[in-house]
Design a binder for this molecule. Sequence first.
Ligand SMILES: *[C@@H]1O[C@H](CO)[C@@H](O)[C@H](O)[C@H]1NC(C)=O
Length: 114
Amino acid sequence: MSSTVLPFASPWLSLNVCLCVSPAEFMPILGTNLNPEFISVCNNATWAIGEICMQMGVEMQPYVSLVLNQLVEIINRPNTPKTLLENTAITIGRLGYVCPQEVSPMLQQFIRPW
Ligand SMILES: *[C@@H]1O[C@H](CO)[C@@H](O)[C@H](O)[C@H]1NC(C)=O
């Protein structure tokens, strides 16, 4: 199991820290934190997944299934706060950008005509 050094750029702090741990360890934790009962935690986990995904690219593939169902559930839930909706949409978009084959079968569950 390889470990990845991720330069993680927080949108709130102009500071880069290194997460010298394996995605196999932190991805399930991030997935668990996708609980919309806790808006702030959920928002942060959602944002982190999107950022990590842009760093990992196609390496994200094994982890998409750990987070995608919860993200789709959150985006379809009534009364999800707007900020969380925005972050969720961005993160689903980022997942689709790096792993289209994993995300495209779910399109019907979140796409809307506009
Ligand atoms: C979410 O991130 C913000 C900004 O970094 C931080 O202030 C806040 O404490 C975080 N929320 C939780 C629940 O960790």
